[in-house]
Write a protein that binds this ligand. Structure first.
Ligand code: PLZ
Length: 443
């Protein structure tokens, strides 16, 4: 229940003295291996604002990496969680089941793409969902090979590290990695050698040829892809690429897995990004936006696939915690009843109009792309497509000092991604974009 005033306000420089003092304790107590996008310490957050311990009110254009789509401490999430923690906090669903878990699965079976009969399991993190999706696909197909793509991000566990494309910081020194993970070229229009117009056809031909000749279709358990790549830099594959992959999967008995961890739950203006081209994944991995900030993830798939695994073959102590399930039911109700898909479309229009106007002004903007409330700018050296990561560092910093939190992304670290909460007041959105414009002008 947000009582946080929806105004940007700076009382100190960033970081302020109270944040700085606590961040000193952070560096003494917390492993230095953890990153930090903005050097503040949070006191409260709600709607489109994060308030730090110095009283600075910062516009949140990151939503905790696409998690609080419904905003921080959304009313229905808070009410459901409070009631649940008073009733009981944990029994373990595998020990003694409870209704909330079942209701979340029912909602996911209803909301995910496709009208076929579906079943679900609940877990804790995005990586765990992806990992379980692959376990299920391997078990069902009795095959081993897993196909993934350049620029992919799937998590930080051993299997999902192997599936993630980028070495630094995710994989460096953490090997050995699991075998039977094969990386294919990604249909990345801006960087496709034959040019963006040829990207869809050429990329699809190339990837299918590689799968057939190098792996053999009948050896592939799963093709795993993010419908819009998140950490990789909001790379939107050209029309036809995803349906082509899905068809190849179906024709070859391969499980098509959509990793909708970042794209799901209204982020792209649709409940799931796969809907954009009517792609119906056999299995879909979800997390982030599912539960308004509580740790929950899910795998939903064709009933016959989800039921193929032997009894007790899947699970985990905390997966589908009753508190996280209560939050998810609140978040899903908020998305549906408040029509946050429509809100994401509106937000997307405002952002892309504004970013395209910036593109016309600034030669370091190579491309503006995205869908719904998932929009990005890729920065390049003027006149070409050489990545320009130092611009991103400077722009992120400028925005922070002005009280706007923006996140970077991309294999080359040269992308700024905007993914605000879907309840972001539109005047704040315009204000954040105006700061971003000045930030780009400053470099
Ligand atoms: N699949 C598509 O975006 C998480 C990672 C933040 P977890 N992305 C944010 C970081 O640096 O660790 C993500 C994703 C996609 C899987 C995951 C993994 O989700 O909940 O972080 O495990």
């Amino acid at each position: 229940m947000t009582t946080v005033p929806q105004v940007r306000k700076l009382l100190t420089t960033i970081p302020g003295p109270k944040s700085e003092a606590i961040l000193k304790r952070r560096s003494e107590a917390v492993s230095s291996a953890l990153g930090m996008a903005i050097p503040i310490v949070v006191e409260r957050a709600g709607g489109g604002i994060i308030v730090d311990v110095d009283g600075n009110a910062i516009i949140d254009m990151g939503a905790g990496i696409a998690v609080v789509n419904v905003g921080n401490s959304a009313k229905r999430v808070v009410e459901n969680v409070q009631a649940q923690v008073e009733a009981f906090t944990h029994t373990c669903f595998m020990v003694a089941p409870y209704l909330g878990y079942i209701e979340v699965c029912e909602a996911l079976n209803r909301l995910t793409p496709g009208t076929h009969s579906k079943k679900s399991i609940l877990l804790n993190s995005g990586a765990e969902a992806v990992e379980n999706a692959v376990k299920i696909a391997r078990n069902y197909t009795k095959r081993q090979a897993v196909v993934v793509f350049e620029h992919a991000y799937h998590g930080r566990t051993n299997l999902t590290m192997a599936m993630t494309a980028k070495n630094m910081p995710y994989k460096e020194g953490f090997g050995p990695f699991t075998p039977e993970v094969y990386r294919m070229p990604m249909a990345y229009p801006m960087r496709w050698p034959g040019g963006p117009e040829k990207c869809a056809d050429e990329a699809l031909d190339f990837v299918i040829h590689k799968m057939e000749k190098e792996l053999g279709g009948k050896n592939i358990a799963a093709i795993v892809i993010e419908p819009i790549q998140g950490e990789g830099g909001f790379i939107v594959p050209p029309k036809g690429f995803l349906p082509g992959l899905a068809k190849f999967a179906t024709d070859n008995g391969i499980i098509f897995i959509a990793d909708e961890v970042q794209t799901g739950f209204a982020r792209t203006g649709d409940m799931f990004a796969s809907n954009d081209e009517n792609v119906v994944p056999d299995i879909i991995a979800m997390a982030k936006g599912i539960a308004g900030g509580l740790p929950l993830s899910a795998v939903t798939g064709r009933a016959e696939i989800m039921d193929a695994v032997h009894g007790s073959g899947l699970g985990g102590t905390y997966g589908g915690s009753p508190v996280a399930c209560a939050a998810a039911l609140g978040a899903i109700a908020t998305i549906e009843e408040d029509n946050l898909c429509k809100a994401a479309v509106e937000i997307g229009k405002i952002i892309s109009t504004s970013l395209n106007a910036m593109k016309a002004k600034y030669s370091i903007i190579g491309e503006v792309r995205g869908r719904g409330a998932m929009q990005a700018i890729e920065f390049v050296l003027p006149g070409g497509i050489e990545p320009h990561p130092t611009a991103v560092g400077a722009i992120v910093k400028f925005c922070q000092l002005e009280g706007v939190l923006v996140l970077s992304a991309g294999t080359y670290g040269n992308v700024i991604r905007l993914l605000p909460p879907l309840v972001m007041p539109l005047d704040l959105l315009h204000e954040a974009l105006e700061v971003l414009d000045r930030a780009i002008a400053s470099v």
